[in-house]
Design a protein around this ligand. Structure first.
Ligand SMILES: [Zn+2]
Length: 128
């Protein structure tokens, strides 16, 4: 029998996934010089404000089959990948190091991933 996964680990992985979601937002908005806070997440094509299901990391993308539920515009497959990698950074750090210092290492890995993804988005914007 596998040991029960401590609740704190589940929580930390969820935090990792949500940070992945924020990385997508940052990579989308920073190159356009838009605010990270307002307006709330919305579909770029139809302007519909995203709800809780749309904003679920990875699962939201799968539930919506990669499209906006209102106008059907494709969301782009990089979004769930960015979220899954952020979640995986936390999972690996926790398996490797335990809740402490795994949590700190996981957050550092996610921060590095976020900088890489946002940096790449900025570079792509400049190349245009
Ligand atoms: Zn839409």
């Amino acid at each position: 029998m596998a040991r029960a996964i401590p609740f704190v680990n589940i929580y930390l992985v969820l935090v990792g996934l949500m940070l992945g979601s924020f990385i997508n937002l940052a990579a989308d908005r920073i190159p356009r010089r838009e605010s990270l806070v307002t307006p709330p997440s919305h579909c770029r094509a139809c302007g519909r404000r995203l709800n809780a299901i749309d904003l679920l990391p990875v699962a939201g993308y799968l539930l919506r089959r990669g499209r906006c539920a209102t106008c059907g515009v494709p969301i782009g497959s990089s979004a769930p990948i960015v979220e899954a990698v952020a979640g995986a950074c936390m999972v690996l750090a926790l398996i490797w190091l335990g809740p402490w210092p795994g949590a700190a290492v996981g957050l550092a890995l996610i921060a590095a991933w976020g900088l890489a993804v946002t940096g790449l988005a900025l570079q792509r914007q400049r190349a245009r």
